[in-house]
Design a protein around this ligand. Sequence first.
Ligand SMILES: *Cc1c(COP(=O)(O)O)cnc(C)c1O
Length: 424
Amino acid sequence: MNSPDLPGQPQLAYRGNELFLEDVRLSDLAKQHGTPLFVYSKGAMLAALAAYQRGFAGRDVQICYAVKANSSLSVIQVFALAGCGFDIVSGGEIERVLAAGGQADRIIFSGVGKTRAEMRRALDVGIGCFNVESEAELDVLNEVASAMGVRAPVSIRVNPNVDPKTHPYISTGLKSSKFGIPHERVLPTYQRAAALKGLRVIGIDCHIGSQITQEEPYLETVDRMIDLVEAIEAAGIPIQHIDFGGGLGINYNGETPPGAEQLWKKLLARLDARGFGRRQLMIEPGRSLVGNAGVCLTEVLYLKPGAQKNFCIIDAAMNDLPRPAMYQAFHQIVPLHQREAAAVTWDVVGPVCESGDWIGHDRELAVQAGDLLAVLSAGAFCMSMASNYNARGRAPEILVTGEQAHVIRLRETLADQMRQEKLL
Ligand SMILES: *Cc1c(COP(=O)(O)O)cnc(C)c1O
């Protein structure tokens, strides 16, 4: 029998007919813990991080894991223990990083809508940098910091107007985007920031989008960022660090994004050529550190063959795996136990009462009701986006390392779901 190709999933492989993540047989976990169930490989996360670390070898760099990709405490802890900083986008994410043992001074705070309360908390715990996204936010941060008698460390997120050539919902560096300061407003904004007593300008940052599979948008961004740093420093405002954001894509369905190591070697060569290779550098990768480290296990509930379409109804749904419904995203779907049977074409769908609740269209699978499947590349932007839609409890999570499987989140119960509600 042909083993399906499992591209980009370093720790996932069939042994005989059985799918393993690291040295754990996935069907054992599904039977023991039920489905839907997220399973992550610690080894795959650390291998993805190691590719970045090799790319930056010998440089002054802070790799800040973008927590929104997967904000589970143990996942944050894995990166904290590996020496990472963190890119966060809410007060909730600050508390998650601190609760998981992350260092406050290695936190950078991104996002267009920081509240005063979030700013105060971030200043209280001593985060490393605010990535400020608008002139109005600069003024508010200045006010909050001044009232506390401190100076807020800031970097200004610039919008380099580079097309990352990805899905429009995850493009963030174009002029039409809500993110960052437009290119032509960057210098005046730095001059304004430098004049505010409650702020301390320390860096510059950008983030052009997500699931980027080509290197050109990054190379273009490096050039535009250096042009800006030169102009800002010529105006007498020193820039300590340059932050290139995140966004490197992963292989969901045969995409061939550049490897982190190769990409950074190229970008560093460009920085060296322009005399900036010894600056303090930062990056904010999320998806590329965790996306292909995780799978979502699910059981086939019903087969519903039809005149136009055959439906394979599974017990995972858009509330567990929101990316297909949100961005028409592709996740590979494979059996935990391979059958000797002819494959049929199925639309793999969840139980939620929405036509948008599909996980995969037109998939060739040899399946029967009761079979277990794995939805691949489910480590990023799945659990962190999961909801209770249709009063479905969120799935548990397990982190495997070698032969060991650690439950890192229990299945959400109905009591959990109803805890904050009150009857009239
Ligand atoms: C989402 C986000 C990231 C991480 O993006 P990935 O595509 O997951 O690497 C980094 N920085 C900022 C500001 C973000 O919003």
